[in-house]
Design a protein around this ligand. Sequence first.
Ligand code: FMN
Length: 250
Amino acid sequence: MVEDQALINRLGFNNHGSDTILNRIKSNKKLGMLGVNVGPNKDSNDRLNDYLIGLEKFSEVADYITINISSPNTENLRNFHDENKLKELLKSISEKKKQLKTEIPIAVKISPDINENQIDLISEILLENDISAIIISNTSEASRETLQNIQRHQKGGLSGKPIEKKSNLLISKFYNLIKGKIKIIGVGGVDSGKAAYDKFLLGADYVQLYTGMVFQGPNIAGMIKKDLKELLIRDGVKNFTEIVGNKTVS
Ligand SMILES: Cc1cc2nc3c(=O)[nH]c(=O)nc-3n(C[C@H](O)[C@H](O)[C@H](O)COP(=O)(O)O)c2cc1C
């Protein structure tokens, strides 16, 4: 949806399976940092165990594992945001890590469509379970009202510019609760140095993007770094870590 600088996707987790992906990773030259995002099969009888299989398989090649509880395209996956299900999942992951004798950092990727009560609960549960990072956020099932494109009511997850505000607000709220104890990875509508800068100000330690690259191509990463550097120089900041959490929104 070009006029909205947005996408709606309903891909789901179709892929060639974890063994094929593991071999593909192993056959590639190691470059930069690798996070592997794991989720369960939609037809699995034991979704929790699927996460543990993913953790076990990929902990030998990944720098961190993302526990994806927030894709809107695997039916009922977002139930893992519920208090008891999230506690049970993260406890099992922690036990699996001990059993595997791995210290691999775990990031939990959340939905932008959560309420105030869930923000408090999720923060508490992540703090109790030695989680290294929270990724805020996945695509949205809501937020269609202001869109221009005729396809705006298609089923799927909305990403890009229209979810930026929602993602930023959540980053700010989580930052106030978990400040410094859990890293925040900000995602949602990052398509410029300014957009990345805004997320750092609200409390993100890192940023990620997807839709921006679809519209602007792979050079977007270099462009963001260049713009960001100019903004930091303008504001007399030596390192972006100095601005993390310097601004709040309500
Ligand atoms: C085509 C497409 C596929 C995606 N697949 C996944 C996925 O498999 N796992 C996941 O955690 N997020 C997935 N996402 C969500 C993105 O990683 C990101 O959280 C979201 O799109 C918001 O960021 P953006 O506005 O920069 O795109 C996908 C997004 C798009 C557009």
